[in-house]
Write a protein that binds this ligand. Structure first.
Ligand code: 2PG
Ligand code: MG
Length: 423
């Protein structure tokens, strides 16, 4: 592959924050990629380069300057060669010199360019590169946003925004069937949340705080169970649907305890809460149930929720996000200690497509499931949908339906499925 020219610029994400978009030009072809941005970021993630004024001007300068000069001078025999070159050009363990956002924008655009050159749909090019069998992921739709993704604080009585960051509905099946079901569920939940009495905040959602960062509702409730009771009412009407959460527990962890709705819990007490929620509401998965360095607590919970000798029976996925940060070495470590049984894969946590695919490989080597994921600050780039389909992911987390940047991912999945069926 030869890249003739590179152009990076600033665009705004769903939170109105600047992020990077890069276009690569090669002969008559061009390919563009933009990079999302997290809020509840793990400490071990690759570094997103931001300037003091919150812009990404330096990252853009790095692409248009140093990276452009270095890669337009060479030919690359493969995408792995290009990604390895970018990794060594940066030269730091966490891509802090050139910025993981700068590097990933080039890496994804190059993947797209290569698919165009091979006249192949992106998902198929990803599958070919990864050696995976493409398949439709379950939709992990984030219907209620809490924690760091809901913008208002809990009040002094301990009631307030949802303690967990994400309350998701998991819908399994072909996207042409799951997408309309998920849309109906989302609309019904909206009606329920506006119904007087259901909601804790005077029976209605305040217009300024009604939606969270990821395009889901952001209601308030006075107990931990109420949001689950509401979701359980909904899913019982539809087959192949279940409830999942992302606790994002690094955000709840303060001074050795977890704080939820004004109360403090030890890791064991929190584990008991998860067990109860799994038993009562048959949770499909729990992401980041504990803080990012609490691997031992993860391992205990994974064993408890998946032991055939417990009354829980069904398998519940314990998903690592901040724990594993799409980092192959951290996934290998987690596998050694049986800490989890599924991994969230977000390419911008690691900074190249090559390493994200390595993370997928290590996850599959461990016998675990992959859930591909967007970030809370998104763009209209749909790469993650092709990625999820191409690697045959168990699920795709792409947010709620109240933001176009989330909807385009689901719509892309729909288009991929049609493309795959008609090829
Ligand atoms: C998460 C993500 C995406 P953020 O924690 O899983 O849903 O949130 O991008 O803020 O890290
Ligand atoms: Mg998470």
């Amino acid at each position: 592959m030869h890249i003739d020219r590179i152009e990076a610029k600033s665009i705004l994400d769903t939170r109105g924050r600047p992020t990077i978009e890069t276009t690569l030009f090669s002969g008559t072809l061009e390919a563009t990629a933009s990079v999302p941005s997290g809020k509840s970021t793990g400490k071990h993630e690759a570094l997103e380069l931001r300037d003091a004024d919150d812009s990404v001007a330096q990252a853009i300068k790095n692409v248009n300057g140093e990276i452009a000069t270095a890669i337009t001078e060479r030919d690359f025999n493969s995408l792995d060669e290009l990604d390895n070159f970018l990794i060594s050009l940066d030269g730091t363990p966490n891509k802090s010199r050139l910025g993981a956002n700068a590097i990933l924008s080039v890496s994804i655009a190059a993947m797209r360019l290569s698919a165009l050159q091979e006249n192949m749909p992106l998902w198929q090019a990803i599958a070919k590169r990864a050696g995976t069998t493409p398949s439709t992921p379950r939709l992990f739709v984030n219907v209620m946003n809490g924690g760091a993704h809901a913008g208002f604080p809990s009040n002094k009585f301990g009631t307030g925004k949802l303690p967990f960051q994400e309350y998701l509905l998991v819908v399994e099946g072909k996207t042409s069937e799951t997408f309309p079901i998920a849309q109906e569920l989302f609309a019904k939940l909206g009606e329920l949340l506006w119904k007087p009495g259901v909601h804790n905040n005077c029976g209605r959602l305040a217009s300024t705080t009604s939606m969270g960062d990821e395009g889901g509702y952001a209601p308030t409730f006075d107990t931990l169970e109420k949001p689950f009771e509401l979701l359980a009412e909904l899913v019982k009407e539809f087959p192949n649907t279940s409830i999942a959460i992302d606790a994002a527990a690094s955000e709840l962890f303060h001074d050795g305890v977890y704080q939820l709705l004004g109360k403090s819990y030890s890791p064991d007490e929190l584990a008991a809460i998860y067990r109860e929620l799994v038993e009562r509401f048959s949770l499909h998965s729990i992401e980041d149930p504990f803080a990012e360095n609490a691997g031992t607590d993860f391992a205990k919970l994974t064993a408890t929720l998946n032991s055939p000798s417990t009354p829980l029976g069904a398998t519940t996925l314990v998903v690592g996000d901040d724990l594993t940060v799409t980092n192959p070495a951290r996934i290998i470590e987690a596998a050694k200690n049986k800490e989890i049984n599924a991994v969230l894969i977000k390419p911008n946590q690691i900074g190249t497509v090559k390493e994200a695919l390595e993370a997928v490989r290590e996850t599959y080597n461990a016998g675990w499931e992959v859930v591909a994921s967007h970030r809370s600050g998104e763009t209209s780039d749909t790469f993650i949908a092709d990625f999820a389909y191409g690697i045959g992911a168990h699920g795709l987390k792409a947010g709620g339906f109240a933001q176009p940047e989330r909807l385009v991912k689901y719509e892309r999945l729909l288009a991929i499925e049609h493309e795959a069926e008609t090829r």
